[in-house]
Design a protein around this ligand. Structure first.
Ligand code: BGC
Length: 402
């Protein structure tokens, strides 16, 4: 028996949660580009929107001393993993590829742990969108709503016409996604920063928070009975197939519309959620890389990091994913109207200070705090006996979780 010792194809195990139609297409582009470098992609896909299941799987693997080469880890969680001492430095790739010059400052800070790059960014998703089926709105003579008043009026008209106004997936992360969007629209940017970023006790218990919670709960009667537990992409399908008129969701939803062959501006509309046109909740995907004993695997990690930030990958991946490139001054000519709008707003909101980190998508606070707030939001959504006032009090308590 001969032993193949010249294994020059590094195997790179990549943990991610991109399993829906649009997500899988985008992930497929990453795999292709990595393999073009002569490496082997080992897929570690864990289904479940927003990655809760993936993070559980990751913890198990790291605790047992067998981490994957790379894992989709975002925002402050990169620091949490850095504190565990398990991440590897990507400084040499970052230096060779000039990351400090091509990435926005807020992204650089997030990707670094104690001054060293330990993660590579993929994209910028905007969370505060409303996805609209224009044909259904036309049936009631309505345009895509830009205020909460218009939203609830439109929804009422749709309901009267026997059309399901809102497609909803009742899972904690989706509850939190819709909640943060309502909070931004009703409370505004400063209130968002005070509550979901700075965890200000007074603001969390304020009358404004009560109003936010009441507005959020007013959406529930506009959803269908089967929404509990529904995956986000199935809710998006309802809008795609004319089963529901609107969905609040980040622009990974656009990946689903596109994968279904739908055309933005014609078959579906992307509009900023009511009251949020001049604000932007960002959600940046990234891959952190783990320390490994196998030197071949290290080569694969570096190749992966380099591919992720390359202009070619940034374009093809984000065209499929629904997000926009994370590189400064990226060429947007091949992107559709939603992508162009997102890039324009990202730049404008960065300048005016109205760019805010998505709480629901792990950009704003420690994961434990996030989890505690998720619980309160979902309890409030599901328990029709809980008052908005009581929920606001609980939010303030949850915000102290660390
Ligand atoms: C991720 C997206 C993903 C979405 C749904 C978000 O937290 O940033 O990349 O498509 O969850 O799973």
């Amino acid at each position: 028996m001969t032993v193949a010792f010249a294994a020059n194809a590094a195997e790179v195990e990549v943990l991610h949660w991109w399993t829906s139609g649009g997500e899988a297409k985008a992930a497929g582009e990453l795999k292709k580009m990595l393999e073009a470098k002569g490496d082997k992609w080992k897929d570690f896909a864990v289904a479940g929107g927003a990655g809760e299941n993936a993070m559980t799987a990751l913890k198990t693997r790291v605790v047992s001393g067998n981490p994957p080469a790379a894992a989709q880890i975002k925002g402050p969680a990169i620091q949490e993993w850095g504190d565990e001492g398990v991440l590897t430095s990507l400084d040499d790739v970052a230096k060779a590829d000039g990351w400090d010059k091509v990435l926005p400052g807020v992204v650089i800070n997030t990707m670094k742990y104690k001054g060293h790059y330990v993660a590579a960014p993929v994209n910028v998703h905007r969370v505060n969108w409303l996805w609209v089926n224009p044909e259904l709105l036309k049936k009631v003579g309505a345009k895509a709503p830009t205020t909460w008043d218009a939203f609830f009026k439109t929804a009422e008209a749709l309901q009267k016409a026997g059309i399901q106004p809102v497609a909803y997936g009742g899972q904690p992360w989706q509850d939190a996604t819709v909640f943060e969007t309502v909070l931004l629209g009703v409370g505004g940017v400063d209130f968002y920063k005070k509550t979901l970023v700075n965890l200000d006790q007074g603001a969390l218990k304020s009358a404004t928070m009560v109003k936010v919670l009441e507005t959020y709960k007013k959406i529930k009667p506009l959803t269908d009975k089967n929404s509990a537990g529904r995956e986000w992409n199935l809710a998006t399908s309802m809008v795609i197939n004319g089963k529901a008129a609107m969905q609040f969701m980040g622009d990974w939803a656009k990946g689903e519309f596109l994968a279904a062959g739908k055309v933005p501006g014609k078959d579906f509309l992307c509009v900023a959620a009511p009251g949020t046109a001049n604000a932007y909740t960002f959600n940046i995907d990234s891959f952190a890389m783990f320390k490994l004993s196998n030197k071949d695997a290290e080569k694969g990690q570096k190749d992966l990091a380099s591919v992720l930030v390359s202009p070619q990958f940034q374009e093809i991946f984000n065209l499929n994913k629904g997000s926009i490139p994370v590189r400064l001054g990226a060429d947007m000519s091949k992107f559709d109207e939603c992508g162009k709008q997102s890039a324009k707003d990202f730049a404008a909101d960065s300048k005016s200070g109205t760019l805010v980190p998505s709480f629901a998508h792990g950009m704003a606070v420690h994961s434990a705090t996030q989890g505690a707030i998720y619980d309160v939001v979902s309890q409030f959504w599901n328990d029709d006996n809980m008052t908005a006032k009581a929920a606001a009090e609980k939010l303030a308590v949850a915000a102290k979780t660390m």
